[in-house]
Design a protein around this ligand. Structure first.
Ligand code: TLP
Length: 343
């Protein structure tokens, strides 16, 4: 059976242009700093984000792991939203590598306000662990691809910096945020100290993420990348695809957002399906409880109809749009969801 795959935007396969660039990539040993394609990708990422330097890492998880580590000391706290990827989907790496405790704050749309964060910053004293870092996720995956308003980011950064605290952004899908808010990634991240973004999600590269920030922090991060086993040698074959992801793919994200909106709005008319919120970008959650099925059962039945969407818990199913699922794939998915809900 041929499947249409809405499980994640991580499932995209490299485009023909990416495969060509990979085959032709000029390479060297990146641990010696001698891979010209990796160097070009790092320079371009820094320019695109308006920051001093960037570091190519194999995964978003490694980018966040290094990002958290370079700002903190063991025994500190990291403030983030309760459904943050760093807290729930990275095998407790904040504790494992940075030696920090995460202080989560619940927010229905995944977006934190400075006032909420301010309340969770622990006073220095003999009892509380000191806060070492503020982390925000943009777009917020588990809240359904929601975007931070610019003034909220600016307020968080201003408030944090006034207290001597750095801000790290998990911007795995920051280009989706830029597209949806009509902004640029440079403006969105102007005041954050570091940002991690993924080449391998909506931008379609086969692998790779970037950590971007000041030269001092990125130089420090490079050593942690090596410690974590992320010194990849002739990584230019991957960076070549990453360059295409960075330069060419952001322009087409509107198509994914339109497809997500279309599919979500059509699904909302199906009895038993409760779409959680109108999509801002390419991530949608829907509750299937009223169909009488659990989310894993619903997901399994979709699979029998050639459609892949994963259950996130007992009640909610997630789908993501990306360049490997066009409108025709959305039509197929809609029919499968309708059929499954109505049986
Ligand atoms: N997200 C994956 C899964 O891990 C859930 C997905 O399918 O959405 N930050 C955010 C916001 C992410 O969504 C992800 C991956 C990461 C970091 C980690 O990136 P990778 O998978 O490259 O380590």
């Amino acid at each position: 059976m041929k499947f249409v795959d809405f499980r994640s935007d991580t499932v995209t396969r490299p485009t023909a242009a990416m495969r060509r660039a990979m085959a032709e990539a000029e390479v060297g040993d990146d641990v010696y700093g001698e891979d010209p394609t990796v160097n070009r990708l790092e320079e371009r990422a820094a320019v695109v984000f308006g920051k001093e330097a960037a570091l190519f890492v194999p995964t978003g998880t490694m980018g966040n792991t290094i990002g958290l580590k370079i700002h903190t000391e063991h025994g500190q706290e990291i403030v983030c939203e309760a459904r943050a990827h760093i807290l729930n989907y990275e095998l407790s790496m904040a504790a494992w590598f940075a030696g920090c405790l995460v202080r989560p704050i619940e927010s229905p749309m995944g977006i934190l306000e400075w006032s909420q964060i301010r309340e969770q910053i622990r006073p220095v004293g003999p009892h509380a662990a000191p806060t070492g870092l503020i982390e925000i996720e943009n777009t917020h995956n588990m809240a359904g691809g929601t975007c931070y308003p610019q003034n909220t980011i600016d307020e968080i950064c201003a408030g944090a910096h006034a207290m001597g605290l750095p801000v790290h952004m998990d911007g795995a899908r920051i280009f989706n945020a830029a597209h949806a808010t009509g902004s640029t990634v440079a403006r969105i991240t102007r005041d954050v100290d570091t940002v991690m973004f993924c080449l391998s999600k909506a931008l379609g590269a086969p692998a790779g993420s970037m950590l971007v920030g000041s030269r001092r922090l990125i130089d420090k991060g490079r050593l942690y990348r090596k410690r974590l086993g992320g010194g990849m040698r002739q990584a230019g074959v991957l960076a070549a695809a990453g360059l295409i992801a960075l330069e060419q793919m952001p322009a087409r994200l509107g198509e994914d957002h339109e497809n997500a909106k279309w599919l979500a709005s059509e699904m909302a008319t199906i009895k038993g399906i409760a779409v959680e919120s109108e999509p801002q970008t390419n991530i949608v959650f829907f509750d299937v409880t009223a169909t009488g099925l659990t989310a894993p059962e619903f997901s399994e039945r979709l699979q029998e109809r050639g459609v892949l969407m994963n259950a996130n818990n007992a009640r909610r199913v997630r789908f993501l749009t990306h360049y490997d699922v066009d409108r025709a794939a959305c039509v197929t998915a809609l029919a499968a969801v309708r059929d499954t809900a109505q049986r």
